[in-house]
Design a protein around this ligand. Structure first.
Ligand SMILES: [Fe+2]
Length: 332
């Protein structure tokens, strides 16, 4: 199946009266949606390396209850909670020698791992961080994990998400990929909020007759399908960015000439040792790609620590973040 390419959505500025209508899913998206729904129903864990087995979420939840008990006993819980609710705006400038000059200064807002149903009011901390951005960004991308629970409903996250969207202003639109905590059922509701979910699809953006592209890949930590790789392999020969929930497609993206890769999923460890060393990363892309900036051959990657938390509403030696990247054309 060929990856889909399309034009960006209209410039977005969210208000109660400015909600685009949902449209029927085209055939390729229907195929993806059917396959993802089946994996969700099976509680499967399908990854690029071929692993496929049932998840053990209940065991994880029981272990976190125990961890929370000990954090309270040792008087660390309150501090961890304050750390988690302090969402920082990070601004990072990246230089590329092949970024078309028309895109010099292009700004990408990256939000990930909001887990809006876990910490009441976290949307206000995220909105406050977004409000600090000066002017419009060119593009906003959410790389998944909007909810904390990986089962049951999701509609409880829609109102908090709207609170955040109200503070985002873009030129080229607002896009999302789904994470491993998300469900395919979210797609239409997100579209109604003005977010276009990219399901292994590539979007081209044109300015002054120059083009760049970005590909949004569905989660590959639980829900890898062949469509994810095909989206990377069939993308156009342009300066391009990959947006994926986790860093676990980094090698495949670089092999297909992507220049920037934005991901989340790890929460930067969330509970880390002094110095920011993650105890758990929950990804297969290696510790060097578990948080912050990294490089793989010709591709720059960034693994955000995310804006929310899971399991326990605490952070130690890791920061909640939303991130703005300014892309610059390197002058020789
Ligand atoms: Fe995740």
């Amino acid at each position: 199946m060929d990856a889909m390419t399309s034009k960006p959505s209209e410039p977005s500025s969210y208000s109660q009266s400015d909600i685009p209508a949902a449209t029927p899913l085209p055939t390729q998206r229907m195929l993806w949606a059917t396959k993802r729904a089946a994996l969700e129903a099976l509680s499967a864990k399908s990854q690029p390396a071929g692993a496929s087995f049932r998840r053990r979420w209940e065991l994880f939840e029981q272990l976190t209850i125990l961890a929370g008990f000990f954090l309270r006993v040792f008087g660390l819980f309150g501090r961890g909670k304050r750390n988690a609710q302090n969402v920082r705006l990070k601004e990072i400038t990246l230089e590329f020698d092949d970024l078309p000059s028309a895109f010099d200064g292009y700004r990408v807002l990256h939000l990930t791992d909001l887990h809006l149903d876990f910490t009441p009011g976290i949307e206000h901390s995220i909105a406050t961080a977004v409000k600090q951005i000066k002017g419009k960004v060119d593009l906003a991308i959410f790389t998944g994990d909007f909810r904390e629970k990986i089962y049951n409903g999701y509609r409880q996250i829609l109102a908090p998400l709207k609170t955040i969207l109200n503070e985002i202003q873009t030129v080229d639109g607002c896009y999302a990929t789904l994470g491993n905590h998300d469900t395919v059922n979210m797609v239409n509701d997100f579209q109604n909020l003005g977010i276009r979910v990219l399901a292994n699809e590539t979007v081209e953006v044109e300015r002054q007759k120059q083009k760049i592209a970005f590909t949004g890949v569905d989660d590959v930590h639980y829900y890898y399908t062949e469509y994810a790789l095909e989206a990377l392999e069939t993308s156009p020969k342009l300066f391009k960015m990959a947006f994926v929930h986790s860093a676990e497609m980094y090698a495949m993206a670089e092999a297909n000439h992507y220049r920037l890769y934005l991901a989340g999923h790890t929460h930067g460890g969330q509970i880390c040792l002094p110095g920011g060393y993650p105890i758990f990363t929950h990804h297969t892309a290696g510790r060097s790609r578990a948080r912050g900036l990294w490089k793989h051959k010709q591709m720059i990657g960034y693994t955000s620590s995310g804006a929310g938390t899971i399991a326990l509403p605490v952070r130690y030696f890791s920061e909640s973040e939303v991130t703005v990247f300014t892309l610059k054309t390197k002058r020789s």
